[in-house]
Design a protein around this ligand. Structure first.
Ligand code: SF4
Ligand code: SF4
Ligand code: SF4
Length: 221
């Protein structure tokens, strides 16, 4: 099971990605579809479900659900991987703080925001971001996720206390370095038997590639 975990995760995420693209296009062409839906209730349920998911599995959504993450996985199938030491960039926390402030300002000024052409603004912003993230990942794997994305930084902080974390079994590991070399977020220090669950996007590649099956999810560790 461990050696097909990455393929299973990638196939599932590509199906979710295609469904998301079709849904977004449908909603863009038929905005009246959302009229009458209990949007506030739906939003609260979605946020609560996501929080529970993050507390359980940390950044697994970054590999399974987020369209930007899946886009990077698809692009990096055809490009070289990022080659650097473990990402430990303080700037991502500053980006997160600025994003929180902007979000709070948008909530306070929500009436002015609602008067804007939101579908157009969101559609164009998402499209531009999609292209930028795609180009970045062609050069540097998950650079956007580990250094820029405020959502990823936020969920990464929760990952530090998530119930299930990826761990290396010290008894089984032979320090071959395969997991470290293949990690798209440079989150593994193989010979230290250490995985940084804050930056790890849970792509499960290391788990599948390890010849000793030494990597897996551990509960409360
Ligand atoms: S870090 Fe951000 S862009 Fe990357 S997969 Fe997670 S939520 Fe998506
Ligand atoms: S691939 Fe497995 S055996 Fe090799 S360093 Fe990583 S955990 Fe250890
Ligand atoms: S540590 Fe493993 S699961 Fe996490 S991003 Fe790296 S290869 Fe993927």
């Amino acid at each position: 099971m461990k050696n097909i975990a990455h393929k299973l995760r990638l196939s599932t995420s590509i199906i979710i990605f295609l469904l998301t693209v079709v849904s977004v296009i449908y909603l863009f062409l038929n905005p009246s579809f959302v009229v009458g839906l209990p949007l506030k209730k739906i939003a609260i349920n979605v946020v609560l479900s996501m929080l529970i998911f993050f507390i359980l599995f940390g950044r697994l959504g970054c590999s399974l659900v987020c369209p930007f993450g899946i886009l990077q996985d698809i692009v990096t199938l055809f490009s070289d991987r990022m080659n650097e030491k473990r990402p430990n960039w303080i700037g991502k926390y500053i980006i997160l703080a600025i994003s929180v402030l902007l979000f709070a300002a948008a909530v306070v000024k929500y009436k002015a925001i609602l008067s804007l052409n939101l579908p157009l603004i969101l559609g164009v912003s998402a499209g531009v971001l999609f292209v930028i993230v795609g180009i970045l990942s062609a050069f540097k794997d998950r650079l956007f996720c580990t250094h820029i994305c405020p959502c990823g930084t936020f969920v990464g902080l929760i990952s530090n206390i998530s119930l299930f974390k990826l761990r290396i079994d010290k008894e089984k590991c032979m320090c071959c370095g395969i997991c470290e070399r293949g990690c798209p977020s440079c989150s593994v220090e193989a010979c230290e038997e250490d995985i940084d669950n804050e930056t790890c996007v849970k792509c499960l590649k290391c788990m599948s590639n390890c010849p000793k099956e030494a990597i897996g999810f551990k509960f409360l560790d």
